[in-house]
Design a protein around this ligand. Structure first.
Ligand code: NOJ
Ligand code: CA
Length: 713
C-alpha cells in the first residue's frame, strides 16, 4: 500500500528541514541518511551518510540539453512531496521467494531558474540498503521532444577509495577487473577515455558500473543504475582532483546521448552502502525494487533451467560452428568439423535426458558461420536456414521423445537491423519447431553503424527483444548486451545475460584470474543473473591438442561452487558429456543443484577474496552451499543453523583434495557424506583458487545408518 502524506505531517518523524534549504530523509532503520540541499543560486545537491559516516559528499544534479539548448542545473523549487512504501512481492524466479520493498520517497518539483520554464522532478528513494534517484520530465508545454547532450549527475566520494573497476567502454564489459584506489585508476586506454581525449585532449579516466568500492573507514559502496529503459547506459568519468565521479552517458552515432519525449524519466542512479560485504550482495534486491513489476500476466511458461550445449566443444576447438570452407576471418580457427550435426545433437539430448537436464543449447546450426566475424556486414545470418546436416524436424521429434528442449541460438554478429527484420520470422520458426528459449549474441560492431551496444538505440532493441519474445512465450539469454539493471523483474522471460567476462575466456585467452569469480557478484551480478557457463571438469585443456596452453583458472570443485555463488535461473553444465561421464560422482552435484530459490543466505564475502552462499531450493527442503576463494587457500567454518531444527540431513561435501590447487593440481577432489542437523557446523577446506560445494538433503533411515554424524566442528 502506498501512503501519500503531506510533507508537513511527516516532517517530525523522518523528513525534516535541518536548515532553511536542507531536507533530510532517513531510511526506516535510520542507518542511511539522505540530505538534499537547494542552494540560493538554484543548484540542487544531495549527500548520503551511513551510520553517521560520509558516503557521498554534496553532489550536483542536472543536465545539459542539446535541444532545447539549455543547461538544467539551477532551479526554483516549486514543491516537495514525500511518501513511503512497505510492500512485499514475489518474483517469478529469484534468490528469494519474496522480496520486501521498503523505502521513504522524496520528490522535488523544480523549474529551470534561467527562463526556459522547463519543469523537472527529482525522485529520491531511501532504502535500508542505500539510495536510488531518478529524473522525471512531466508532460508540459515548455518541453516536448528533447535531446540530452549530457547528464550532470555527480557522486562526490568522501575519500580515495579502493575500487574494482573495468574501463569505460560503449560496447563491451568483457574485461578482467582492476583493483586500485580511485586516484590510481588508469583507464586512459579505454574506449570512453580515448573518445574524450580525441575530442578534448583531456586525459580522461572512464570506468563502468556497477562500480564496487571500499573506504578506509570500512564502508562498502556500490554505484550502478536500475531500470535502464529508453536511455543510454551510464559510465563514470573520474575527477581525481576531488574524488568525484561524474555520470557519462554512452553516445549515439552522431554524438548525442538520449532522445526523449515528455513525459519521460531516466533510469535510477543507485548507491548501495553497508559496513558488511555480505549485506552488499543481499542488497541487489534494491535494484529489483526500483524496477517495474512484471509485464507478463501469466508467467507459467517461464522455467528456470539447466542446460548442456553443443558449445564448449567449439570454444576448445574440438569442432566448429561453420560447416564448410573458411571464406575469411573467423572467431575461432574453423576447420569445417561441424559440431551442430544431428547425431552429435542427439548425443547431447541423450545426456540431458539421462541426467535430468532440461535443455540443450545448439550453436552453429544455421548458415552463415563461414564469414561472420569482424566483417561489419549487414546480411550474415537469417536465423531460419539450417546447415544440411542439422535436421530440424528429426531433432524436434527426438528431443520431444526424450522430454528435452533445444535452445535456439541467434548470433546476430551485431547486425541488429538485420536481426530486427528477421525477429518475427525467426520466433515463428522457433515456435513451429518446439523451441521456447533463445540465446542471442551481439559479437562485433553494431549495425546501424556508429551505434553502440550500450547506447539508447540498443537499449531500446534489448527491450524490444524482451517484449517480443514474451509475446511468443520465448525465454531469452543475451550475450554481449548491456550490463543488466534489474529489468528481469519486468521481463522475467529475460532469464540471463552474459555482459561480463565469462568462463569462455578460459578456453581461448590468458583466461580469468582466480579472484575473478569473487568480484563478479559485487559488480556485474548486482544488476542481474549472469550466464557464466560454469561446470568445467577438465580444466586443463591440452587433452585434445597437447599444444594447447590454456586452462580454466579454478579447481574442479570451484566450478561446482559457482552454481551457488553465481546466481542465475539459467545455468549451463558447460563441459562435454564425456567429461561428466568420466566423473559421474562429482557431476551428481550439478544434477542435484537447484536454479530457483526460496531463500538465500550470504554467509561470508569479501570482494576479490572469497564468497560463501547458502540457498534453499524453491519448494524443497534441500539446501546448497557454494564457497569460493581467490588464489589463497582458506577454510570456512559454516554453522548450519539455517536448517530446520527438527530434521536430520545428509550433507554431501564436494571439496578440493588436500593436494589440490588451481594451477598445479586443479582436478583433484574428494566427496564426503555426513549426517547433519541445525546444530552442526561444517569446516570447508578450499585450496588455492579452489572451492567447495555442499548439498544438504533430508536424510533417509539408510543414510542415518550409513554415514557419520557431524557435530560442531
Ligand atoms: C560469444 C558468446 O559469448 C559465446 O557464448 C558464443 O558461443 C559465441 N559468441 C558465438 O556466438
Ligand atoms: Ca561473449
Amino acid at each position: 500500500m502506498r501512503l501519500r502524506s503531506l510533507f508537513a505531517i511527516f516532517a517530525a518523524a523522518c523528513f525534516f528541514q535541518a536548515s532553511a534549504a536542507d531536507i533530510i530523509v532517513r531510511s526506516v532503520n535510520n542507518q542511511v541518511e539522505l540530505t538534499v540541499t537547494h542552494q540560493s543560486n538554484g543548484a540542487v545537491l544531495y549527500s548520503i551518510n551511513y551510520k553517521g559516516k560520509k558516503v557521498i559528499l554534496p553532489s550536483g544534479l542536472g543536465f545539459k540539453f542539446q535541444t532545447p539548448a539549455i543547461s538544467l542545473d539551477q532551479f526554483d523549487l516549486k514543491k516537495v512531496d514525500s511518501s513511503s512504501m512497505d510492500q512485499t512481492w514475489k518474483p517469478v524466479w529469484g534468490e528469494n521467494a519474496s522480496i520486501r520493498d521498503q523505502y521513504r520517497e522524496l520528490t522535488l518539483s523544480l523549474v529551470d531558474k534561467n527562463g526556459s520554464g522547463v519543469e523537472m522532478q527529482i525522485v529520491f528513494r531511501v532504502f535500508n540498503e542505500g539510495v536510488g534517484f531518478r529524473y522525471v520530465f512531466p508532460q508540459q508545454e515548455k518541453l516536448n521532444h528533447f535531446i540530452i547532450a549530457d547528464e550532470k549527475t555527480q557522486f562526490a566520494l568522501a575519500g580515495d577509495h579502493m575500487a574494482f573497476w573495468i574501463p569505460g567502454d560503449f560496447d563491451t564489459n568483457e574485461f578482467k577487473y582492476n583493483h586500485t584506489r580511485i586516484s590510481k585508476v588508469d583507464a586512459s586506454s579505454g574506449m570512453m577515455s580515448q573518445e574524450i581525449h580525441a575530442k578534448t585532449s583531456f586525459s580522461a579516466n572512464g570506468v563502468q558500473t556497477p562500480l564496487m568500492m571500499k573506504s578506509d573507514d570500512g564502508l562498502y559502496i556500490n554505484i550502478h543504475e536500475a531500470a535502464l529503459v529508453n536511455y543510454p547506459a551510464m559510465d563514470i568519468l573520474i575527477d581525481k582532483s576531488t574524488n568525484t565521479l561524474n555520470s557519462y552517458l554512452v553516445p549515439d552515432a552522431v554524438g548525442n546521448k538520449a532522445y526523449l519525449q515528455a513525459p519521460a524519466k531516466t533510469p535510477w542512479r543507485t548507491i548501495i552502502v553497508s559496513d558488511k560485504a555480505t549485506e552488499i550482495l543481499a542488497a541487489n534486491k534494491m535494484i529489483l525494487n526500483l524496477n517495474d513489476p512484471s509485464k507478463i500476466e501469466d508467467p507459467s511458461w517461464i522455467k528456470p533451467q539447466k542446460m548442456v550445449g553443443v558449445w564448449w566443444e567449439m570454444h576448445i576447438g574440438k569442432s566448429s560452428w561453420d560447416y564448410g570452407v573458411t571464406k575469411s576471418a573467423s572467431f575461432m580457427q574453423p576447420h569445417g568439423h561441424h559440431g551442430a550435426n544431428t547425431e552429435n545433437v542427439k548425443r547431447y539430448i541423450d545426456f540431458a535426458a539421462k541426467n535430468g537436464i532440461q535443455s540443450v543449447l545448439v550453436e552453429g546450426w544455421n548458415t552463415g558461420w563461414e564469414d561472420w566475424f569482424g566483417q561489419w556486414k549487414e546480411d550474415v545470418f537469417d536465423f531460419v536456414t539450417p546447415y544440411p546436416d542439422f535436421n530440424v524436424v528429426e531433432l524436434q521429434k527426438y528431443a520431444a521423445s526424450k522430454n528435452v528442449k533445444i535452445i535456439m541460438h541467434h548470433e546476430t554478429s551485431a547486425s541488429v537491423t538485420n536481426y530486427e527484420r528477421w525477429m518475427d520470422t525467426a520466433y515463428r520458426f522457433m515456435k513451429k519447431y518446439g523451441y521456447d528459449a533463445v540465446k542471442t549474441g551481439y559479437v562485433g560492431r553494431i549495425i546501424p553503424r556508429g551505434e553502440h551496444h550500450d547506447g539508447q538505440w540498443m537499449i531500446r532493441h534489448y527491450e524490444r527483444v524482451a517484449a517480443k519474445t514474451a509475446s511468443y512465450h520465448i525465454m531469452v539469454d543475451a550475450h554481449e548486451p548491456v550490463r543488466p539493471t534489474g529489468l528481469q523483474r519486468t521481463y522475467p522471460n529475460w532469464l540471463a545475460c552474459e555482459a561480463a567476462r565469462g568462463n569462455e575466456f578460459n578456453a581461448w585467452s590468458e583466461g580469468n584470474p582466480p579472484d575473478h569469480e569473487t568480484i563478479l557478484p559485487f559488480t556485474r551480478l548486482m544488476g542481474g543473473p549472469m550466464d557464466y557457463t560454469p561446470g568445467i571438469f577438465r580444466v586443463k585443456l591440452n587433452y585434445l591438442d597437447s599444444n594447447k596452453k590454456e586452462s580454466v583458472h579454478t579447481t574442479l570443485c570451484k566450478q561446482l561452487a559457482l552454481y551457488v555463488t553465481m546466481y542465475s535461473p539459467l545455468q549451463m553444465a558447460a563441459d562435454l558429456p564425456e567429461n561428466y561421464e568420466a566423473r559421474s560422482d562429482a557431476f551428481q552435484f550439478i544434477r542435484d543443484v537447484a536454479v530457483d530459490w526460496d531463500e538465500t543466505r550470504i554467509l561470508e564475502a569479501e570482494p576479490g577474496d572469497y564468497v560463501e552462499i547458502a540457498r534453499k531450493a524453491k519448494g524443497s527442503p534441500n539446501w546448497f552451499i557454494g564457497a569460493i576463494t581467490d588464489e589463497n587457500a582458506r577454510n570456512f567454518l559454516t554453522p548450519l543453523n539455517f536448517l530446520d531444527s527438527d530434521k536430520k540431513y545428509v550433507a554431501t561435501i564436494y571439496r578440493d583434495a588436500d593436494n589440490a590447487s588451481w594451477d598445479k593440481n586443479p582436478e583433484a577432489y574428494k566427496i564426503e557424506k555426513y549426517i547433519v542437523d541445525s546444530k552442526s557446523g561444517l569446516v570447508l577446506k578450499l585450496a588455492a583458487g579452489g572451492g567447495a560445494a555442499v548439498s544438504i538433503m533430508p536424510a533417509t533411515d539408510n543414510d542415518i545408518r550409513s554415514y557419520q554424524k557431524i557435530n560442531k566442528k
